[in-house]
Design a protein. Structure first.
Length: 280
């Protein structure tokens, strides 16, 4: 999901959709300052400041008589920043968000991310990108995980994935997992893809795959999670992510990076893989 926030109507949509990022946490924060060289004065002058916040949050979604678990990871890019504060003291932590507050005044936006005003941003406009997936975050944050949401197209089946992997030189076996009463309503199918050796015998570990139907306006989503630290398992995860990215348009989440899949293919895949190798 991608949306530009340019007017009060867009801002109202953002606050309604995210519920103010309730129970959220800032997972990543970047400040980019741009300067131009003024030949007349011989000085560099501020030209533009962009602040990007990656926020993981779990909104309370009511469906029927129950509450459905949902995890969203959003990237909020605030452009044309004229004033901001990133300030912590006395052991404070502005990364924990209870609920953000925002307003639109005279064509500008003001965002307050914590109740004490230690983190606020005033900007011209914002761009919102988000990936949503059923359930709560993985219990082990060290696990390699990649999540994709499609802008369109038909939801793939496991036969398609197996054929694509076989053609790419990654033959795999498939172990389907049955739905349970606590499965998310949007979940279509899930199971384990296990790399096969030269004799096409499956390995003991693999990549957990979840495929879910329409969610948050997307046609379908796919979540991949490496279940162990084996080198071949992580190679399989990268191969799967690459295959999906090259066949479908959409938004993906790799670590704390939310981006369009074209950007992931062109700039981030090898970098993310290298970083993953360093962390193991």
């Amino acid at each position: 999901m991608v949306r530009v926030i340019k007017n009060p109507k867009d801002l109202a949509w953002l606050l309604t959709h995210t519920r103010g990022f309730q129970r959220g946490q800032i997972a990543d924060l970047h400040i980019h300052k741009h300067q131009l060289f003024d030949e007349e004065t011989g000085r560099h002058i501020p030209a533009n400041t962009v602040i990007t916040a990656v926020i993981r949050y779990e909104p309370i979604i009511h469906e029927g008589a129950g509450i459905v678990a949902l995890t969203r990871v959003a990237k909020l890019v605030m452009k044309g920043v004229s004033d901001f504060s990133v300030f912590e003291q006395d052991g404070g932590d502005f990364s924990e968000i209870g609920r953000i507050h925002a307003e639109a005044i005279d064509g500008r936006f003001r965002f307050w991310f914590d109740p004490h005003g230690e983190f606020y941003v005033i900007c011209d406009e914002a761009q919102f990108e988000e990936v949503a997936k059923p359930g709560t975050p993985a219990a082990d944050p060290a696990m390699s995980e990649w999540t994709f949401q499609a802008q369109g197209g038909e939801l793939p089946d496991i036969r398609w994935l197996l054929d694509q992997l076989d053609a790419a030189g990654y033959p795999c076996a498939w172990r389907r997992r049955k739905r349970t009463p606590v499965s998310h309503p949007a979940l279509k199918w899930e199971g384990m893809l296990m790399p096969a050796d030269e004799d096409h015998e499956p390995a003991s570990h693999g990549v957990h795959v979840q495929v879910y139907g329409p969610l948050d306006g997307s046609e379908f989503g796919i979540m991949l999670r490496a279940q162990d630290a084996e080198h071949h398992t992580h190679r399989l995860l990268i191969a799967l992510a690459d295959l999906i990215s090259r066949h479908y348009a959409g938004t993906c989440l790799a670590g704390t990076q939310v981006m369009q899949v074209d950007d992931w293919i062109n700039r981030q895949a090898s970098e993310w893989w290298t970083a993953g190798e360093r962390n193991r």
